[in-house]
Design a protein. Structure first.
Length: 224
């Protein structure tokens, strides 16, 4: 309850936030003009939006960052319209996002960095073209390559920039993807711990997850 009151307070009076930003980590947080409370079924998050040089709008959902001295639990989540919004079973994105929101609320300190890099960075139109090839038997990697698209075009420099803007320079990252760890580390974010994030495996996405483990270096056990 105390945290919820603080979020409302800082959203209403963002200029006051400068006075109380002394968490872990930390580079001083800066004022973000797009900053409000987002109530969800998991609890209240503070939502801040950032626009990159190409005009893409990324966001950070956070709880408790300003009030803790420990490295926050952080999930870098790349947009997946089909999984996040439509409940697709072809991937594990939807359950991963929901589990991360729940876990962060449970911890009371953490952030989801939601990056608008749909389809591992190739975009929605190309992703659905790749899905059509997967319907013909291609795996998730070969489908991209058959379309002359990269296997994974995501970048994490702007994610690291966003974390620094909210005063976070050290994280406990929830991921199975070593590229995310490298992406943050090479952009100046310290990784204190990797927290495995395994959820949402089902019959429909079993082959997809096995391919990510076998061919793309993801740290996913074969049987969960
Ligand atoms: Zn997905």
């Amino acid at each position: 309850m105390f945290l919820k009151i603080q979020f409302s307070y800082t959203s209403l009076y963002p200029q006051r936030r400068k006075l109380r930003i002394m968490n872990n980590n930390t580079a001083p947080a800066v004022n973000i003009s797009s900053d409000a409370v987002l109530p969800t079924e998991h609890g209240n998050f503070r939502m801040r939006v950032f626009v990159d040089k190409d005009g893409a709008e990324h966001s950070i959902l956070s709880v408790g960052l300003d009030d803790s001295s420990k490295s926050p639990l952080v999930r870098i989540h790349s947009e997946c319209l089909t999984g996040d919004a439509f409940g697709s079973l072809k991937c594990d994105c939807g359950p991963q996002l929901q589990a991360a929101m729940a876990r962060i609320q449970e911890e009371g300190v953490g952030a989801i960095v939601y990056m608008r890099q749909e389809g591992r960075g190739i975009g929605l139109e190309a992703k659905i073209r790749a899905y059509a090839l997967q319907d013909q038997g291609y795996d998730t990697l070969d489908a991209n390559l058959a379309l002359n698209l990269p296997a994974d075009a995501r970048e994490y420099d702007f994610s690291a920039h966003m974390l620094k803007q909210v005063g976070v320079s050290s994280v406990r990252i929830m991921t199975n993807n070593p590229l995310k760890i490298n992406g943050l580390e090479s952009n100046g974010i310290k990784i204190e711990e990797r927290v495995p994030h395994i959820t949402g495996r089902c019959k429909s996405n079993n082959f997809y997850l096995s391919t990510k483990a076998k061919r793309m270096g993801h740290l996913i056990p074969e049987h969960v």
